[in-house]
Design a protein around this ligand. Sequence first.
Ligand code: TPP
Length: 332
Amino acid sequence: MKTPDRARVETHDEAPSTTVEELAPLYRQMLAIRRLEEASAKAYSQGKIGGFLHLIIGQEAVCTGAIAALEPEDYVVATYREHGHAYAKGVAARPILAELYGKKTGLVKGLGGSMHLFDRATNFLGGYGIVGGHVPIAAGAAFASKYRGDGRVTLCFFGEGASTIGGFAEGLSLAALWKLPVVLICENNQYSMGTPLYRSLAVEDVSMRALAHGMPRDRFDGDDVIKVKRRIAEAVERARETGEPSLVEVITYRFRGHSMSDPGLYRTKDEVEEWRRRDPLNRARARLVDLGMSEEKLAALEEDVKAEIEDAVRFAEESPPADDYLSYVEKV
Ligand SMILES: Cc1ncc(C[n+]2csc(CCOP(=O)(O)OP(=O)(O)O)c2C)c(N)n1
């Protein structure tokens, strides 16, 4: 059987039209994610957060735009770089930060930490540390939706490095074969830890992996939050209407190292600077000004975000430490 290429793939197309009503809440969300990540970085350098800490600074438009295309009951499955995804899914800053601090008031009672956020109330299904290992989990969640006929769609986020992993191939294969309502979103930030993608992928276009499965695919730049929302919405609608999965590659960039212990010396200053000029937050803000949002309104929004994150920091700092794991297990 000939496998058709069902590709959208318009990397540099025009930003779609929008309104202040649509864009302002998304700008607010991206800004809150950035401030939350900055607060986490600060606490980590002060020794208040232990373990690993992977930040999403620079990539905020991807999770914000993609999750904005969902209904509240839909599922999200993500990697260890997932604080922003949890926030965009509706988890408050307080329990996210308290979890990072290892506090009892954390999202998973301080026992999981940065890589293991999980929230049943918002259908945020994790937070996974094994690269690519969560792709079959997302396929499983989508299988459950199909089996129950609940009409939900699952979004699964991963990096381009995960596309070299067995779990990715298995998840993709079953999603295509069983027509599972899942949208597989590759956040291609161009580095797997310190390895640039040209050193780990024979074919740098990750979306082409869809071809082997006759799966619809798309590929585009991820610095415009509205564009991300529109393009992911197409895949979400297809999944909801027909049960068909899609593989969508969003090209993006992390401004900082892989984790807090990585100074990112494998990238040139010029390269980082060039991507910083495409900062999705600046872009959204400038667009809001163009659309007529006043500087006073923008300043009020930014002040509101500042207060929200300062409150979350206070909450995390003042909360009691987590129970140790064994005493927690004894209680349940
Ligand atoms: C199976 C497995 N192998 C190796 C690692 C170590 N590791 C953690 S993150 C990472 C890089 C993954 O890069 P990518 O998938 O592109 O995502 P990004 O971190 O860039 O968001 C590696 C190799 C791991 N956690 N799991």
